[in-house]
Design a protein around this ligand. Structure first.
Ligand SMILES: *Cc1c(COP(=O)(O)O)cnc(C)c1O
Ligand code: SF4
Length: 319
């Protein structure tokens, strides 16, 4: 077993789904899913420079002027084997201390061009005490207008939403939602993740005043299919979740087995654009070592020989 696979971590809820034969879940979380024989193409563990180029300390990644990504923790209820940050997931070292939180809040307050804070990790809902301190602090900074919470906890452990710490956190969100926009960015990769228990959580998040968006990663063998993604995006749309982004899997060392063919992805997104309601079609983006999420041109435009594109700085990058 290559050492770049994350320690396997599953919740009882995910174990139950796998026991019932849910292979889409199994492929995302099991460590022993057979590996394709591809060479290791990608040399870097952190191709997007989160830990180096754009790190501002205390878990803050400030890459774009008006918005910051803030990692509350490196821990999650379960470990997705394709995680773009698997290099740091699972260790308690990423849990922000009180001092980290104060330092991060001071950085955000001192840079009033930051109007949008994206809590990420790890999973910020996995550490409700840390996250409540952060959002309480953010709620007092007038220049912050939007708080986004990136999470997979609804899929990993919908039952946790019945626990006291999460209930308290959601009631704090609903207070803050009276004066700032609160978005939940939930990662969904397969329609089988939308169980009845997850439906209940989605309704609770809406009741907490949050706007629900989804993010999806193209994963070979899991969702590189027009029918699977059509079902996923429609079912999200029916539940009031707006599909926001679908990402090409990042070119991280060790994740080669999950990366689909670019032209297969483009074809799928072209077909979905033709058939689904506009709200149900996410933007298909690629985030390769450049400075932003670059939308991939679909097949509506010719010629489409995709060998390179220009990133947000006008720098050419290969795909
Ligand atoms: C994705 C990302 C954001 C948010 O980008 P949006 O396109 O506004 O959703 C912000 N900061 C970093 C570092 C990111 O990777
Ligand atoms: S929940 Fe998110 S951060 Fe955690 S392992 Fe999965 S993809 Fe990575």
């Amino acid at each position: 077993m290559a050492d770049y696979r994350m320690a396997e971590r599953l919740t009882p809820y995910l174990r139950q789904l796998i026991a019932k034969g849910n292979t889409a879940i199994e492929m995302q979380y099991r460590q022993d899913v057979p590996m394709s024989q591809e060479p290791e193409l990608f040399p870097e563990l952190d191709p997007l420079g989160e830990d180096s180029r754009y790190s501002k300390g205390s878990g803050i990644v400030h890459k774009f002027g008006n918005r910051v990504l803030w990692k509350a923790t490196f821990r999650c209820a379960a470990h997705c084997q394709f995680c773009t940050r698997y290099r740091q997931i699972g260790t308690p070292k990423g849990d922000l201390s009180k001092l980290d939180i104060e330092t991060g809040l001071a950085y955000i307050a001192a840079n009033p061009e930051i109007d949008d804070v994206i809590l990420s990790g790890g999973d910020p809902l996995y550490v409700p005490q840390i996250t409540s301190q952060i959002v309480l602090g953010l709620s007092k900074i007038d220049s912050v207008r939007v708080v986004r919470i990136g999470t997979r906890l609804p899929i990993h452990s919908p039952r946790t939403f019945q626990s006291v710490p999460i209930k308290k956190l959601l009631s704090l969100f609903s207070e803050i939602a009276k004066h700032k926009a609160m978005y939940a960015l939930i990662q969904f990769n397969h329609p089988d993740e939308l169980t009845k228990e997850v439906d209940v959580v989605l309704r609770e998040l809406v009741q907490a005043g949050m706007v629900l968006l989804s993010q999806t990663v193209f994963l070979k063998g899991v969702n590189d299919s027009k029918d699977i993604l059509a079902k996923l995006f429609c079912e999200l749309f029916y539940r009031g979740v707006v599909p926001y982004y679908i990402y090409r899997c990042d070119y991280v060392h060790g994740l080669e087995r999950f990366v689909c063919e670019l032209n297969v992805e483009r074809k799928i997104m072209t077909e979905l654009t033709k058939t689904l309601s506009g709200i149900a079609v996410p933007t298909y983006v690629i985030d390769v070592a450049g400075r932003g999420k670059i939308p991939v041109p679909l097949e509506f435009w010719k010629p489409t020989a995709l060998v390179s594109c220009v990133d947000f700085d006008g720098k050419k990058m290969l795909v």
